[in-house]
Design a binder for this molecule. Structure first.
Ligand code: ADP
Ligand code: MG
Length: 657
């Protein structure tokens, strides 16, 4: 596979470089720098512009680099503790300035009256004084390059090693010619040279642009390669499930599948029947009916007498899924649950049943990856919100699988543009359409001074026996004056509805208190829940039809959308009220968008337009490489070009054999 940061093959080890003895080699090793490629891609962490500037244009406290004539004999004074001060007057751009060097007494001999000097330091405009850090001998000026070397060696020492690599090594990888022309990129060698030995800011920018493209291009090629490797054909991967049995099962469902559900289920079933392993991402908003689709897949596996594991990130989610699957299958599938809190005895029993193949579907948390969990024949792995698992955790579960079929589920709608570029190694099924009869949540935007009317509306819902979520901004931030603090909001609701009807849950409470509060709300003991965003995940109260979000402008579109997903979970009409006095145009726009659509994908596209993709990359953290120059969140346009280029390139390679 094409590897990143590998432009010299084979790369000579660092000790082959002139001046790198065993001592320096060990120091480099500490920085994980072993060979010529590592040296080249240890890019500077910053630059100091040492080009001479015009001092008359400098502001107070600016960092300046200037050249001038030395007008006085340098005066050296020593203090206690070996400290010293060297003072000299210089004429710089027609100004007479005092230049002071602290603790560099040896510079005295270098400064001669009548001579000239180039210095850099901090300019005090009021005193016409420069606190000089450096006397520059190098007449070329330009840039001073800084490296993050963890104090192990000087940047200068490292620069010499870099120079040596350039002198000694032949670069045998470069970007394809046509790409360099099309995007007006430098060669990798030139780009790296400019980054390590820059002459001007323009060169640095062009070089960064090239390396950025290089990183994203290789990344895309690697994704494609991974996809190709994972799609290895093997007869073993064929799941020859019983189509008739699956059909019959579908006929027993209490509802008709939506067309998106049908399409997704078909895509999954087609994957199963093929002789390549499945890597599919099933995307769909909360409540869109992903669970049943995943359930169908596990039922298909059951028809050949094999097993499915569903891994979820939290205990709460495990419970929820367990409940839903028990309802869906109603005894037609042997289902068990395994989490960190499963008792020892229960666990032993489950382990035995898994080994014997008596359990068809196991739902659990990380507990599933433990070594003592052994399957008779695991053939499908489903993970929910997979980004919350590390690569290793997923791999450990995958290692237990006989037929490497993996289905990932996520309720985070990821814009298409992003998913193809970053999930490029997976196939994607999307459920957009909500189940029939589901009424979309009606969303309103109200000002703070309209809160009373909102309370009236809420009273109406409560009188119908419905529940409500009240979301307050985080309690940690309550110091800010304009922020309604969760306690105040709690007060507002208890005043109106009585404390016997209002529950309070916030992030500062003990877990037991929180859990108890949530329980009372879930059990309808109290119809109103005032909380911070702790309710974001893992609470399911279908009877809740009303949500009020205070200071809604403080949340991004995706968070607002996630919050709103807590209501509208039954066939009753639900409402979401955003209370906000937005101060910025952008915040106003967010309120308008929220009131105009409930489509998670549309919202995610709008979010992408407004804020860039930063947030979405949290979603894929664990699988993404750390780039040196590229930033997926900012460079997603480059990423798209890199992707197209990688596809063309791979096709051409194949055509050329
Ligand atoms: P998700 O997992 O995508 O959040 P669920 O699978 O939990 O959504 O579905 C939410 C609810 O909708 C469940 O109660 C489920 O039984 C129901 N449901 C799923 N598909 C349909 C459908 N096609 N028609 C009616 N109800 C459905
Ligand atoms: Mg298959």
């Amino acid at each position: 596979m094409l590897s990143m940061y590998h432009v010299i093959t084979p790369p000579p080890p660092v000790e082959d470089m002139k001046g790198v003895g065993p001592k320096l080699r060990d120091k480099l090793l500490e920085l994980d720098i072993r060979n010529a490629n590592d040296v080249l891609f240890q890019l500077p962490s910053g630059y100091e512009n040492l080009s001479v500037m015009d001092l008359t244009e400098a502001r107070h406290n600016d960092k300046v680099t200037v050249a001038g004539d030395i007008k006085t004999e340098p005066a050296l004074a020593f203090f206690r503790g070996g400290k010293s001060r060297l003072t000299v007057f210089m004429e710089v751009n027609g100004m007479y300035v005092k230049v002071v060097f602290f603790n560099q007494p040896y510079l005295k001999d270098k400064l001669k009256v009548g001579g000239s000097a180039r210095i850099s330091g901090k300019f005090n405009l009021h005193k016409l004084e420069i606190n000089a850090q450096r006397l520059i001998f190098d007449a070329s000026g330009g840039f001073h390059v800084k490296y993050h070397l963890g104090g192990v060696m000087h940047s200068k020492t490292f620069s010499k090693i870099v120079a040596e690599v350039f002198e000694k090594c032949i670069f045998n990888y470069d970007l394809p010619e046509d790409l360099k022309q099309k995007y007006r990129l430098l060669s990798i060698r030139e780009a790296l040279w400019h980054l390590h030995f820059p002459k001007n800011p323009h060169d640095i920018n062009e070089a960064r642009r090239t390396i950025k493209f290089y990183e994203l291009f290789i990344f895309q090629l690697q994704l494609m390669e991974r996809r190709r490797q994972e799609r290895v054909r093997n007869e073993r991967y064929i799941v020859d499930y019983d189509v008739e049995a699956l059909r019959e099962f579908i006929d027993t469902l209490p509802f008709e599948l939506t067309s998106d559900q049908k399409r997704s289920a078909n895509e999954i079933c087609r994957d199963l029947k093929q002789n390549i392993s499945m890597h599919r991402l099933l995307q769909g908003d909360v409540g869109s009916g992903k669970t049943i689709v995943a359930g169908l897949a596990s039922y298909a596996i059951r028809t050949i007498g094999e097993q499915t594991a569903l891994m979820v990130p939290t205990e709460v989610l495990a419970n929820q899924h367990y409940q839903s699957f028990m309802e869906i299958f109603d005894g037609r599938l042997n289902i068990a649950k395994l989490t960190g809190t499963t008792s020892r005895k229960e666990k032993m029993y489950i382990q035995e049943a898994l080994r014997e193949g008596e359990i068809d579907l196991i739902i659990g948390t990380h507990a599933l990856i433990e070594d003592d969990v052994v399957f008779k024949r695991l053939s499908l792995i489903i993970t929910d919100e997979q980004h919350r698992f590390g690569v290793n955790q997923r791999k450990r579960l995958n290692d237990k699988s006989y037929r490497k079929n993996v289905l990932y589920m996520t309720a985070t709608p990821i814009p298409r543009t992003l998913s193809i570029t970053t999930f490029g190694d997976m196939d994607i099924s999307i459920i957009k359409e909500m189940p029939k009869g589901r009424k979309s949540v009606m969303t309103y935007w109200r000002r703070f001074d309209e809160t009373d009317e909102v309370l009236d509306d809420l009273a109406g819902e409560i009188s119908k026996g419905h529940s409500a979520y009240i979301v307050a901004p985080l309690i940690e931030e309550s110091e800010t004056l304009d922020l309604k603090n969760v306690q105040e909001i709690f007060q507002l609701f208890t005043d109106r509805f009585g404390s016997e009807n209002v529950e309070l849950v916030h992030g500062r409470m003990k877990p037991e208190e929180k859990a108890a509060g949530m329980k009372r709300f879930e059990a309808y003991e109290k119809p109103v829940l005032v909380s911070t965003t702790v309710i974001e995940v893992g609470i399911n109260v279908p009877n809740a039809t009303f949500m009020v979000i205070f200071n809604a402008e403080r949340f991004g579109l995706s968070t607002l959308h996630q919050l709103r997903g807590r209501v509208g979970r039954s066939n009753k009409q639900s409402y979401c009220v955003l209370i906000s006095d937005p101060k910025t145009e952008n915040a106003k726009l967010r309120m308008d968008i929220m009131t105009s659509t409930t489509d998670g994908f549309e919202l995610s596209e709008r979010d992408l337009e407004m804020r860039g993709p930063g947030d979405y990359f949290g979603v894929r953290q664990s699988g993404l490489p750390q780039f040196k120059v590229a930033d997926l969140a900012e460079d997603y346009r480059v990423l798209e070009h890199a992707r197209m280029s990688a596809i063309d390139y791979a096709a051409k390679m194949e055509a050329d054999g």
